[in-house]
Design a binder for this molecule. Structure first.
Ligand SMILES: Cc1cc2nc3c(=O)[nH]c(=O)nc-3n(C[C@H](O)[C@H](O)[C@H](O)COP(=O)(O)OP(=O)(O)OC[C@H]3O[C@@H](n4cnc5c(N)ncnc54)[C@H](O)[C@@H]3O)c2cc1C
Length: 336
């Protein structure tokens, strides 16, 4: 078995996200000598989250220069940790930050990288990784001779690692970086607030129906927006959308201002993993339902009893007006 380096980065508050702890657990399940590298502004909280993980070495690149995601600092940080450990395999979560910088680090090390890996195991004396191709229609199992092999794992590949005991001692590294870009802040989508919450129990999906003429012959976009945001806040749900609805904004139609293509779920969108999903005003077309593959309990609200959800794609379909259903749900949630 190859030696393994688990490369993690911290969040703004210094902690590790769930996907990082899942990547750590996936690496532990492979066996092999394990090292952990952490990059971020301050690694203290992260170190307590990996306590008891059994890593032979823990290396840290920390400081203001490494607080924010930036290729010209993340790539040298990853390379420095790699050179100190010289592993055969590098396991990392497929976060936007690592997806931007680790393939470059792999190239500098003469290695290869696979992103969006959905499974990894050690079988018949070899490491095998699973990955989807052709817009998520074909799942392949990959083996590679070339080392180092960087594997960037999607969320949900393993249970998150649970810490126990004292934080491990960390070896600090200080790679030289000369960033030509300065991170000055974050710009949120119009409408404010974070609507994509990967850790939420519920995925709430909005479809184009919210913007269509309703039974009184009028559209009710403002009311739809208020109902949806109210529900998201009360249920602490993550917001997904059908492609039709997010496309409307690009075409200049009246739309829900807090939606962007980042919310799009489906064949050409994301494949989120939540225990439950509720689709509203969305037809349940195949390219959309492809993105629901990992949603365990699926329900839909649609006026049309013949919508796609009713054809085996949802566990429960409520044939009802979503405006009325969500209004009532919000009332019930306000009382609870
Ligand atoms: C190659 C390809 C890739 C694609 N990839 C994706 C993808 O990744 N993601 C994706 O979403 N789509 C994708 N699509 C598009 C997809 O096929 C559908 O066109 C799209 O998902 C439909 O969106 P919708 O259900 O919101 O809209 P519509 O089909 O317009 O459905 C609106 C629904 O709202 C219902 N409705 C209206 N008012 C109410 C109300 N008051 N209460 C309850 N229900 C109501 C209607 O009955 C209707 O069923 C792809 C298409 C292709 C060809």
């Amino acid at each position: 078995m190859d030696s393994i380096l688990v490369l993690l980065h911290t969040e703004d508050d210094g902690t590790l996200r769930k996907a990082s702890l899942e990547a750590l657990e996936a690496a532990r399940n492979l066996g092999g000598v394990l090292s952990v590298g952490i990059v971020g502004g301050s690694a203290g909280p992260a170190l307590s989250q990996i306590a008891g993980c059994g890593a032979a070495r823990v290396l840290v690149v920390e400081g203001q220069a490494f607080a924010a995601s930036r290729y010209s600092s993340d790539c040298p940080a990853a390379v420095a940790i790699f050179e100190a450990t010289l592993p055969g395999l590098v396991i990392a979560p497929c976060t936007p930050r690592w997806a931007r910088s680790l393939p470059g680090a792999a190239a500098r090390m003469g290695g290869v990288a696979d992103t969006h890996v959905t499974g990894v195991q050690f079988a018949d004396g070899q490491v095998e990784a699973a990955r989807w191709f052709y817009r998520q229609r074909i799942e392949a199992t990959l083996r590679r001779e070339q080392r180092p092999w960087f594997l960037l794992l999607e969320g949900g590949v393993a249970a998150p690692f649970v810490a126990s005991g004292d934080s491990p001692a960390a070896e600090p590294l200080n790679p030289a970086v000369k960033p030509r870009s300065e991170v000055t802040g974050m710009v949120m989508p119009q409408g404010g607030g974070q609507t994509i919450r990967p850790e939420a129990e519920l995925l709430f999906v909005t479809g184009a129906g919210w913007t269509k003429k309703q039974k009184d012959g009028a559209v009710h976009i403002d009311q739809a927006g208020k109902l949806i945001l109210d529900f998201l806040g009360k249920a602490d749900a993550s917001l997904g959308s059908s492609k039709s609805l997010v496309d409307l904004s690009g075409e200049g139609h009246a739309v829900l201002p807090f939606l962007s293509h980042l919310n799009q779920v489906g064949q050409t969108g994301s494949t989120p993993r939540h225990p439950k999903g509720l689709a509203t005003c969305c037809h349940g077309e195949e390219p959309h339902a492809v993105g629901w593959r990992f949603i365990q309990e699926r329900r839909a609200v649609n006026l049309d009893a013949n919508c796609g959800w009713a054809r085996g794609k949802a566990d429960v379909v409520y044939v009802a007006d979503a405006f009325a259903v969500i209004t009532r749900l919000n009332e019930l949630l306000a009382k609870s």
